[in-house]
Design a protein around this ligand. Structure first.
Ligand SMILES: Cc1cc2nc3c(=O)[nH]c(=O)nc-3n(C[C@H](O)[C@H](O)[C@H](O)COP(=O)(O)O)c2cc1C
Length: 143
């Protein structure tokens, strides 16, 4: 006789990645560009609170979408931007609040290139997103 599927147990099963990262369960928020940064590339209270709430709810992994590596080519004005001007304290606040209950928060690095937000930049390059999830790449390269 077939055994009943215990979905709750499956969702709660930890996932160990080749790089050693252990995601505590199978609940993940996919990369979504949330437009909640402050317009200068830094996190806002609303943004930190949102990720904190997902962590409070028991999520295993949240991926922040479209974190820009070049302030001149954002995908939209509410993107987080990593640069020498970044507000490290606010970024730390975001990551520590998002990581409560042993949740992970990962960044999807982005450069909008030819799709950069026109009012702020001169789109340049391919009309394609060139994106990579750095942590995932790090994990995969060790397989
Ligand atoms: C509002 C919104 C923003 C999104 N932003 C991104 C993004 O920044 N990067 C990305 O790779 N995918 C982005 N996506 C795609 C999602 O990560 C996801 O792959 C997509 O919604 C398909 O998942 P689904 O089949 O569960 O809807 C976005 C989706 C939505 C709805």
């Amino acid at each position: 006789m077939t055994q009943p599927l215990h979905t709750e147990n499956l969702l709660n099963r930890p996932l160990e990645l080749p790089c050693g990262a252990i995601i505590k369960n199978r609940l993940m928020k996919s990369a979504m560009s949330d437009s909640l940064a402050d317009g200068e590339g830094n996190p806002t209270q609303a943004q930190s609170r949102l990720y904190e709430r997902w962590a409070e709810g028991g999520i295993g992994l949240s991926v922040v979408g479209e974190v820009q590596i070049d302030a001149l080519f954002p995908e939209n004005p509410g993107n987080l931007v990593l640069s020498e001007q970044s507000d490290i304290k606010e970024l730390q606040a975001l990551t520590s609040r998002a990581a409560i209950n042993n949740a992970h928060i990962w960044l999807q690095l982005g450069h909008a290139g030819g799709l950069a937000y026109q009012p702020l930049s001169k789109p340049k390059g391919h009309q394609l997103f060139v994106l990579e999830i750095s942590s995932v790449r790090g994990c995969l390269s060790k397989t």
